[in-house]
Design a protein around this ligand. Structure first.
Ligand SMILES: NC(=O)c1ccc[n+]([C@@H]2O[C@H](COP(=O)([O-])OP(=O)(O)OC[C@H]3O[C@@H](n4cnc5c(N)ncnc54)[C@H](O)[C@@H]3O)[C@@H](O)[C@H]2O)c1
Ligand SMILES: O=C(O)C1=N[C@H](C(=O)O)CCC1
Length: 250
């Protein structure tokens, strides 16, 4: 049995994780904590893996606290930067137990992970690429962590293929062209009724490829969360690992 604690347990994602952990045959819930709870209640005696879904402003502090506690962490919260990731790597190097793990995924839905992968494959073959991410209006960050990840994947693939800047004659822009991340324009929509969606548009003269992933329900994230919990509990991924694609045979 894998003992799993959940941080952010009262949130939209955290409450789904609590249910998923209670329902799976090989996991059991240890502690379910939220804002203002003391994370030092989580120790290796009661927890094998912590699942953290909180807010971007709190996640780094939570992860650093949990690493110091000697437990492994699976993180779904967004807002990670190179500087924050470096702090996690340093914390892991000084962790109290050998081979501790932190796993961070911008998206646990298989459709989104595959869309990201397919976008990376397609990127070298098109002159233009833009991303539209669409989410529920209660989301606090924009653009989505997934869109930032996809933009970097496209940017890297274009650089590796020797592609230059995308064609764009825009000379005046009041913000309508979105945020440019790694050379890729990213547009964020917040609309009541939506959950989590991403569209990647690729264009050449006379043709277009659209790759779209839709998470209609937060249930879509749970198989990926449980897969990450099992992989991290196995001890096969010490240190910092990023992206669910690392656990898929893509
Ligand atoms: N990786 C993925 O697949 C995926 C999927 C959905 C959402 N997300 C991300 O997960 C995060 C949470 O999303 P949500 O929709 O569940 O948000 P939410 O606002 O519904 O839940 C966040 C929870 O964290 C709690 N919290 C706030 N500060 C805390 C702290 N310091 N310590 C402990 N708990 C704290 C809040 O009280 C709340 O219960 C966001 O960053 C979102 O973008 C990721
Ligand atoms: O609902 C959210 O918030 C989501 N956040 C992640 C992101 O920012 O990419 C994943 C999709 C859902």
């Amino acid at each position: 049995m894998i003992n799993v604690s959940v941080v952010g347990a009262q949130g939209r994602m955290g409450s789904h994780v609590v249910d998923a952990v209670n329902s799976a045959a090989d996991t059991q819930l240890a502690l379910a904590l939220d804002a203002k709870d003391d994370l030092t209640a989580i120790t290796p005696d009661n927890t094998d893996v912590v699942v953290e879904f909180t807010v971007p402003s709190a996640s780094l502090h939570n992860v650093l606290t949990l690493v110091k506690q000697g437990v492994n962490v699976v993180v779904g919260t967004t807002g990670w930067t190179d500087d924050k990731l470096a702090q996690v790597t340093t914390a892991l190097a000084n962790a109290p137990r050998d081979n501790q793990s932190v796993f961070i995924a911008p998206n646990f839905a298989i459709s989104a992970v595959l869309a990201d992968h397919f976008a990376q494959v397609a990127a070298p073959y098109f002159e233009s690429a833009e991303i539209i991410e669409l989410h529920h209006p209660t989301k606090v960050d924009a653009p989505s962590g997934t869109a930032i990840h996809t933009a970097h994947a496209i940017g890297e693939a274009r650089r590796a293929a020797g592609l230059g800047d995308m064609p764009d004659a825009t000379t005046t822009d009041g913000g309508s062209r979105g945020q440019v991340i790694d050379g890729v324009h990213v547009h964020a929509v917040r609309l009541r009724g939506l959950n989590a969606h991403e569209e990647v548009l690729f264009g050449n003269a006379g043709e277009q490829l659209v790759i779209r992933a839709d998470s209609f329900d937060r249930a879509s994230f749970m198989p990926g969360v449980l897969l990450a919990v099992r992989k991290i509990a196995s001890g096969a991924f010490p240190g910092l690992t990023i992206g669910l694609d690392r656990f898929l045979d893509l």
